[in-house]
Design a protein around this ligand. Structure first.
Ligand SMILES: Cc1cc2nc3c(=O)[nH]c(=O)nc-3n(C[C@H](O)[C@H](O)[C@H](O)COP(=O)(O)O)c2cc1C
Length: 355
């Protein structure tokens, strides 16, 4: 292939470079993968209503998330076990994100520590993605590592009381190598738990709204709730003090049959009513996807697989390039919509596609 021009090009390169196990784990969803496909299809159900003669001589894609400036409204989503995709793992992702001027959420199942990431990518806005282990001591240590390691928010993922059944992984016999460094999980999972479902079985499925206070008090950082999929839970999130919510179905990897995130977004935006920031993830592959999410009320999106296709294909440069190409596609989309910045895009810039 000549130089990759799109996220889809990076996806092909990643598939070529990766062994079948890590590829299945990265690309797959749960069950019939209906929700995985829906996340993408939902973007095609909206069309644009471009405005003209708006002076779009200067376009900025910059915005803020939780008060931090980012150069494009695309944050790198938390994604586990990144050493499977490139030897530089989360360090390369962090440097790529920093070079593109955006933030990164780092998984509980990261293969590098927050401290190592901060040292390698100074200035990066780094968030700590939290899963709560049954052994609260492990989670307490993780939260201490997050605050001490330079994180400015905790992203509590709430859609994973058990792991969805990922049949692609089972078919290829995917296992997490037992020597993978897992600074925030190894003490809980030991050396024996080699498939992701066994590792996730050590999480605390009893976590409920009451535990949010514990997370906020232990972490002493703003809490973002990731995995909100209804107006009811968005309302509860705000009542329990969440600084932001991420409309997410875990990239189609948890409850198969759950609605596409873009379909959920409007009811969450309405329920939140400006009392917290609203982000969306799932299926972001184009700048036009980002624009549609913003038009329907998201402040920013998170991208999971897209930057990791870049990581697998070309390390730090690949991550940066994927993020920059999403930024460039968004800038062009904004310009052609008649918007000089993300703040100018509104619900009036989109309408449902004809049936
Ligand atoms: C391989 C893989 C690993 C993931 N690991 C985590 C994780 O550790 N924590 C988490 O909150 N979400 C995790 N996610 C979900 C992502 O954060 C995000 O919700 C999802 O990837 C968004 O969909 P997209 O990949 O289509 O952008 C993972 C997703 C993938 C594909």
């Amino acid at each position: 292939m000549s130089s990759p021009l799109t996220v889809a090009d990076y996806e092909l390169l990643a598939e070529e470079r990766l062994e079948p196990g890590p590829w299945a784990y990265l690309a797959g969803g749960s069950g019939d993968e209906w929700t995985l496909r829906e996340n993408r299809t939902a973007f095609a159900r909206w069309t644009f209503r471009p405005r003209v003669l708006c002076d779009v001589s200067e376009i900025s894609t910059a915005t803020t998330v939780l008060g931090q400036r980012i150069e494009l409204p695309v944050v790198v989503a938390p994604l586990s076990y990144q050493q499977l995709y490139h030897p530089d793992a989360e360090i390369a992702t962090a440097r790529g994100a920093a070079a593109a001027g955006t933030a990164m959420a780092v998984s509980t199942f990261s293969t590098r520590s927050h401290e190592e990431i901060t040292a390698a990518a100074p200035g990066l806005t780094q968030w700590c993605q939290l899963y709560v282990f049954q052994d609260r001591g492990v989670t307490r240590e993780h939260l201490a590592g997050a605050a001490g390691g330079g994180c400015s928010a905790v992203v509590l993922t709430v859609d994973t009381p058990r792991l969805g059944r990922r049949e692609r992984d089972i078919r290829v016999g995917f296992e997490v190598p037992s020597d993978l460094p897992l600074p925030y999980a190894r003490s809980a999972v030991g050396d024996a738990a080699v498939n992701p479902a066994d590792q996730f079985a050590l999480l605390d499925a009893s976590v409920s709204w009451r535990d949010l206070e514990w997370v906020a008090a232990e972490g002493r950082l703003p809490v973002v709730l990731k995995g909100i999929a209804t107006a009811e839970d968005a309302q509860l999130a705000v009542e329990h003090g969440a600084a932001a919510v991420v409309v997410s179905n875990h990239g189609g990897r948890q409850l198969d049959g759950a609605r596409a995130t873009l379909d959920v977004l409007p009811e969450v935006v309405e329920a939140v009513g400006g009392r917290a920031e609203v982000y969306l993830d799932g299926g972001i592959r184009r700048g036009t996807d980002v624009a549609k999410a913003l038009a329907l009320g998201a402040r920013a999106v998170l991208a999971g697989r897209a930057p990791i296709f870049g990581l697998a294909a070309a390390g730090e440069d690949g991550v940066r390039d994927v993020l920059e190409l999403l930024g460039e596609e968004l800038a062009l989309t904004l310009c052609l919509l008649g918007c000089a910045s993300p703040e100018e895009i509104t619900r009036a810039h989109v309408q449902p596609a004809p049936a």
